[in-house]
Design a protein around this ligand. Structure first.
Ligand SMILES: NC(=O)c1ccc[n+]([C@@H]2O[C@H](COP(=O)([O-])OP(=O)(O)OC[C@H]3O[C@@H](n4cnc5c(N)ncnc54)[C@H](OP(=O)(O)O)[C@@H]3O)[C@@H](O)[C@H]2O)c1
Length: 511
């Protein structure tokens, strides 16, 4: 579907009606780490789909930077393979996109490289007409973030917006540090040359349609919010189960583990969207203010039993394939105590949520890949069917499915047809796939689009990052530095739903 928005032909279907789509500034997108996995599998394919859907700025140029010695055509050939698997296009269309791609070899710690890059970008920008606008994306291992940001700044490329100079923005991938201290150090280094409005800390979970939809569901409907509190909600469960293991990323995962990899970012963002108070406006700073308030009201973890269950997968079977345990993965220490599974029970100390447990569960090598949020309502206060029914009346449940389906299901009780009085649980189902046939943006397309638009709504603000680390750092220390660390780590079979110690809660979320 194409339509005209602000004088531009746009191919985004219904997305065009949304407030965030407006004229996109011409710009150069500069990706550091362009020879790497994230660039090849996610970033450039996302830009390619955006280009096909006419949602890239015009003019635009994309410059890959890395140490690897690539000619421009070698770089394009490497990228082409991945892009062609994500969209069916004619060769001529690919050639048009390829014309936007450039490659510039850099040494990440050499100022001279950046001074040369500056000249290259100046010439490219002048030839293309991108008005000095630049988006730098750091798709490199985290230890390079400060080095690159610093050199960009020293080369005079980190300029703030000026009429004749254009804008300059910096995109940073997670992880934002590995604890509170390192995240503050990273932030200090980014702020040496960039201001907070110039920095975009990506959490691609936030860009998923169903995740964005949480705020719409809660605050654009009158029927949910009055029930969205401790009087009516029994518990909330958030599950992000992965079937894949650590793939080839043992170096990263051994130092990270599931709490840093999933909870410090994605899981806490999902929690904040479910639990935060309504912002006064649908505007990035107001929404991020409310998230911050929510993080501040989470009770610090204690060693109370059941609040934390950590696990590590052992060997098992997924489908018909025999899967090695975590300790058998390439690059993992044979005595590693890194958790690949965690169940954390969060308590939120405010009037709305006092006494309502929030169970957050994430793990690798679980039975299937599934992401869902379960809002379990309380049972009816008094059942008038008590005398005629043997069973108790099941409570209502609202499930927000993020993967594999994207949709919302509300379960409720109805009478079973027939002479006898029986209740049955029925579902009201909303499926994104079935109800919307237009083109929708995948997560990385959405985040890149928002960076170009300068919209921070879906990105972490540093105070939120620090609050999340403040909450999780003591837990990480107690898990990683305690003497009985091994006893705290429960083994579970690959292909299962996690350790037995978590079974009761998992049952509440997946049933
Ligand atoms: N991959 C994903 O799906 C994913 C998802 C979310 C977040 N992230 C984050 O995104 C960033 C990039 O991830 P990635 O998987 O693309 O990383 P990667 O493939 O390991 O590294 C990207 C590039 O950085 C350079 N590099 C790697 N190790 C280096 C070292 N020790 N010293 C100097 N340069 C080095 C290499 O390019 P040259 O040698 O050519 O310079 C490499 O191609 C990471 O911070 C990661 O945590 C990745």
């Amino acid at each position: 579907m194409t339509q005209e928005v602000n004088g531009k032909i746009c191919n985004l279907g219904n997305v065009c009606d949304c407030v965030t789509v407006k004229d996109l500034d011409p710009c150069i997108i500069i990706i550091f780490g362009a020879s790497g996995d994230l660039t090849t599998r996610k970033l450039i394919p996302a830009l390619f789909r955006m280009w096909i859907n006419n949602s890239l700025p015009d003019p635009v140029a994309i410059v890959g930077c890395a140490r690897t010695e690539f000619s421009r055509s070698e770089f394009i050939a490497k990228i082409k393979k991945e892009c062609m698997t994500c969209a069916t296009v004619a060769e001529s269309q690919w050639n048009d996109f390829a014309a936007l791609l450039h490659y510039f070899q850099v040494e990440y710690d050499s100022l001279n490289s950046y001074l040369q890059l500056k000249m290259f970008l100046k010439d490219l920008g002048a030839a293309k007409g991108t008005h000095g606008n630049k988006l730098f994306d750091l798709a490199v291992p985290p230890h390079l973030y400060s080095i690159i940001a610093d050199n960009i700044g020293q080369a005079g490329l980190a300029h703030q917006y000026k009429e004749n100079n254009g804008w300059c923005r910096l995109v940073v991938e997670k992880p934002f540090g590995s604890d509170l201290y390192t995240s503050q150090e990273l932030d200090k280094s980014l702020h040496r040359h960039f201001t907070e409005p110039q920095i975009f800390r990506i959490d691609h979970y936030l860009a998923k349609e169903t995740v964005q939809n949480i705020l719409m569901l809660r605050f654009a409907n009158a029927i949910f919010e009055p029930l969205w509190n401790r009087s009516y909600i029994d518990y909330v469960g958030i599950l992000a189960a992965e079937q894949i293991g650590i793939e080839n990323r043992s170096g990263y995962y051994e130092n990270s583990g599931v709490i840093r990899d999933m909870f410090q970012n994605h899981m806490l963002q999902l929690l904040s969207l479910i639990a935060m108070e309504p912002p006064s406006h649908f505007e990035a700073e107001r929404v991020r203010d409310e998230k911050l308030k929510l993080f501040r009201s989470i009770r610090p973890f204690t060693e109370k039993q059941g609040d934390v269950v950590l696990g590590q997968y052992g060997p098992g079977i997924i489908g018909s394939e025999a899967i090695p345990g975590y300790l058998g993965e390439k690059g993992v220490a044979p005595d590693s105590l890194t958790p690949t599974f965690a169940l954390l029970r969060f308590a939120i100390e405010n009037w709305r949520w006092q006494g309502v447990p929030f169970y957050l569960v994430s793990g690798k090598r679980m039975k299937r890949k599934e992401t869902r949020i379960v809002i379990q309502f309380k049972e009816v206060p008094h059942s008038l069917f008590r005398d005629v029914l043997k069973e108790s009346v099941s409570a209502n449940r609202l499930v927000l499915s993020i993967y594999p389906e994207e949709g919302i299901t509300l379960s409720f009780q109805t009478k079973s047809p027939g002479a006898s009085v029986c209740l049955r649980t029925m579902d009201m189902d909303f499926s994104y796939q079935e109800s919307y046939k237009g083109v929708s943006l995948e997560a990385y397309e959405k985040v890149l689009l928002d960076c170009i638009l300068g919209d921070h709504m879906l990105f972490w603000r540093q105070d939120g990052v620090e609050e999340a680390w403040s909450l999780l750092t003591p837990l990480l220390h107690s898990c990683e530095r305690c003497e009985n660390r091994a006893q705290k780590l429960h083994t579970y079979d690959a292909g299962s739903w996690g350790p037995d110690a978590a079974a009761g809660i998992i049952e509440k979320i997946i049933s």
